[in-house]
Design a protein around this ligand. Structure first.
Ligand SMILES: NC(=O)c1ccc[n+]([C@@H]2O[C@H](COP(=O)([O-])OP(=O)(O)OC[C@H]3O[C@@H](n4cnc5c(N)ncnc54)[C@H](OP(=O)(O)O)[C@@H]3O)[C@@H](O)[C@H]2O)c1
Length: 285
């Protein structure tokens, strides 16, 4: 199988490249920005000419706050770029994986979102551009897996665990919101689940998140524990005390029903955090 992957060097891209390259029956072509920019319309021809069997789009504009200041660039990457990849895939008969986000849901308190629940991306330009990316790819190809992930962390990423550990080491104390909930999700676990999913040929929407959910506050405590920093005091604050250009959906918690029905499940998020922190961070006395 020949896999074309975008987002090389990104957090999920790194994990996907590692996972698929480790398989002897898979050849992986990696597209890395800015060498290849998926916002160029020529992307359609580039994909069709390469004629892979599978395209995995792990490229995206992921700076949620910065997206508010540049909606054109955000939509160009997350919607138009995704559409071009799907158009090229359809032209050469390749299947496609479009990576999406929990932020396509409104995130109402107490609601747990399954794959075919009603979407409503209200929180940000980023969220709207990603939902538009789902629709644009689905309009171009039926050989499509839309895979929503959430709260990603993994090697090489500028992610919540690295920020928590960095702030703990710099400031010695932390303030973390306790009213935003999600599914911490380990990029290498997503990559392994993707490798299983694309073998099935069962196109559709999937929520490939680690099992369970938590608040940012709970997640921070788990990170501190497994990075050898449990002594760092953490104060819970509300989102209204933590002003940002965008406010994320408060409870965009997803349930993996469709993947689990095919036997594809990710381990509990706490186990993944323990593994990641044990590898990534040196404990401080
Ligand atoms: N991170 C999360 O918590 C999270 C949560 C839910 C869903 N997701 C989704 O998961 C996917 C992967 O996220 P991630 O955390 O791995 O993101 P990431 O680390 O920011 O990687 C995204 C990659 O896309 C590249 N890129 C940006 N614009 C491009 C363009 N025009 N053409 C080609 N490549 C371009 C980036 O290059 P540069 O770095 O050079 O800009 C980067 O390598 C995305 O679809 C994202 O929306 C992420």
């Amino acid at each position: 199988m020949h896999v074309l992957m975008t987002g090389g060097g990104g957090q999920l891209g790194n994990a996907v490249e590692r996972e698929f390259s480790s398989r002897s029956d898979v050849k992986v072509t990696v597209w890395t920005f800015p060498g290849i920019d998926i916002t160029e319309p020529a992307t359609v021809d580039r994909v069709a000419d390469l004629a892979p069997d599978l395209v995995i789009n792990a490229a995206a504009w992921t700076n949620v706050d910065a997206a508010e200041a540049d909606p054109d660039a955000t939509y160009a990457t997350n919607t138009l770029g995704a559409k071009y990849l799907a158009e090229g895939s359809a032209r050469c008969g390749a299947a496609m994986v479009q990576i999406s986000t929990n932020e396509v849901f409104p995130g109402e308190p107490g609601v747990f979102y399954r794959e075919y629940d009603q979407t409503a991306a209200r929180s940000s330009i980023y969220a709207r551009s990603k939902l538009a990316g789902e629709r644009a790819t689905a309009a171009m190809t039926s050989k499509l897996y839309i895979v929503r992930v959430a709260w990603l962390f993994g090697p090489g990423g500028n992610n919540f665990p690295t920020k928590i550990v960095g702030a703990a080491d710099k400031n010695g104390v932390l303030r973390v919101v306790d009213d935003e909930f999600g599914n911490p999700t380990y990029a290498p676990d997503v990559a392994a689940a993707l490798a299983e999913l694309v073998q099935t040929g069962r196109y559709g929407i999937y929520h490939l998140v680690n099992d369970g959910y938590c608040s940012r506050f709970d997640w921070a405590r788990e990170i501190l524990q497994h990075s050898g920093r449990i002594h760092v005091p953490v104060t819970a604050v509300s989102s209204s005390e933590w002003r940002r250009p965008t406010q994320p959906p408060p409870h965009a918690v997803m349930v993996n029903q469709a993947g689990a029905a095919l036997g594809i499940r990710l381990r509990p998020w706490q186990e993944a955090v323990a593994e990641y922190c044990g590898r990534e961070f040196v404990a401080v006395p």
